[in-house]
Design a protein around this ligand. Structure first.
Ligand SMILES: C[S@@+](CC[C@H](N)C(=O)[O-])C[C@H]1O[C@@H](n2cnc3c(N)ncnc32)[C@H](O)[C@@H]1O
Length: 230
């Protein structure tokens, strides 16, 4: 984080988008394949942890007007942007709240679906434990939680490149400079003839993947303070 006083997600806006595979329709289908009896998606309660500006829930709330959606995020600015969209669209079935998951009050009720996308890998251990504790305490008996995470061993290559960028950036504090320098470093390494070839290939692949991503996503996903695959 460039300014320790600022939440990085307030400082640089995260590109929040609908994520199709978190939709309750898909979660219910997967649950049924496991012999569960999930709540009908047309009338269900959905909680999203670390919802950013709520773009994911917003699309669901429009499509499922009889269902109720609640989104929680620590960062104030994305929640304020999301609330403005909810108001502009006149949505009555989506509530967005700014709250730290570690201090989340137990007054949210029970949910049929809980979503935590792009969160578990990027938060410290106590928050990771709290995500699972919230799922345990707040899911209905036939409720389904979706928690995405990065996994080893595949993530070792991502981690290696991340650590190179962080080392290179150790004296840069401005987010724009950090992302610019990170890409410059990767470009240099990707174009140099490093031995062994397998190592060079990892750097080239990561350079290709990251140069297609937005600067904001690069800043939050690759240069974040925490990146902990499991
Ligand atoms: C990488 S973003 C992912 C946003 C969205 N879920 C997505 O996949 O596009 C992680 C989000 O988690 C939020 N977050 C991190 N720690 C949190 C905490 N302790 N309590 C609530 N939200 C938190 C951040 O503010 C940020 O908006």
């Amino acid at each position: 984080m460039s300014n320790p006083e600022l939440n990085p997600y307030d400082e640089v806006a995260y590109p929040s988008l609908p994520i199709a595979h978190t939709h309750p329709d898909r979660l219910a289908t997967v649950g049924m394949h496991f012999g569960m009896r999930p709540a009908p998606v047309e009338r269900c309660r959905v909680l999203e942890l670390g919802c950013s500006s709520g773009a994911n829930l917003l699309a669901m709330a429009v499509g499922l007007p009889e269902s109720e959606f609640v989104g929680v995020d620590l960062a104030g600015k994305p929640i304020a942007r999301g609330k403005a969209m909810v108001e502009a669209l006149g949505l009555k079935n989506l509530t967005l709240r700014q709250a730290d998951l570690l201090e989340m009050a137990p007054d949210y009720g029970r949910f049929d679906y809980i979503i935590a996308h792009g969160l578990y890998t990027w938060v410290p251990a106590p928050v990771r434990e709290q995500i699972l504790a919230i799922c345990k305490a707040s899911l209905q008996p036939q409720g389904i939680a979706y928690v995405s995470y990065d996994a080893f061993p595949g993530s070792y290559s991502r981690m290696m490149v991340r650590e190179m960028m962080l080392f290179h950036n150790r004296d840069f504090h401005d987010p724009q400079r950090q992302t610019q320098q990170a890409i410059t470093l990767l470009k240099l390494l990707a174009n140099s003839h490093t031995e062994p070839e397998t190592y060079a290939k990892v750097v080239q692949d990561e350079f290709e993947r990251l140069s297609k991503r937005s600067k904001e996503a690069l800043y939050h996903d690759e240069l974040a303070e925490v990146f902990q695959p499991v």
